[in-house]
Design a protein around this ligand. Sequence first.
Ligand code: ZN
Length: 204
Amino acid sequence: MRRCERGPAPELLARDGAELARRYVTNRLTNPAYRFQWGASRLGVVREALERMTDERCSYCDGYPIAATGEESVDHFRPKSRAEFYELVCTWTNLFLTCTACNKAKQDQWDEALLCPDDSSYAFERYFEYRFDTGELQPSASASPDDQTRASRTIEIFDLNRAGACISRRRTVKRLRGRTSDSDDDLDDLDYRYLLPLCPVKSA
Ligand SMILES: [Zn+2]
């Protein structure tokens, strides 16, 4: 997970969000099978705003490209399927761009301990360590017990140590470690960008 900076809410959410949420709450309470749909034009606007926040990376694993389409690419951090969070269905700060793998792992799980990438106190190094041998993330040994619990729950809920992510992280590290100061690798397509500070550029 990499820290990101949230921009202002898209105008349509600021304008219509409260009314859309009110309708969702009413529909959901009368029909538990009711499913929220953004609608193509709204989804496009929301997704674009979320993409700007993470440079099109997954908010949780920083995977790129994110391999998620449609509704599944917008995650409700506090799940919209839980009655206590119904009213947050269109709340800008509850929405994150996600990849298919993180979205499927999380589903409607919720834990107050979950780390949030746009939290101003969040930093990868504060909570996590990267294992160069396996490509796995683990709670930082120097973190407080509370922070270690939060890191561990975050790894678990988003399944951040799934095989595909570990392989991709090892590939990213190999690429970063192969760079020298005269490399012309501009890293525009880099995934798992929290690994960048761990792999300083070698002098040519
Ligand atoms: Zn992801």
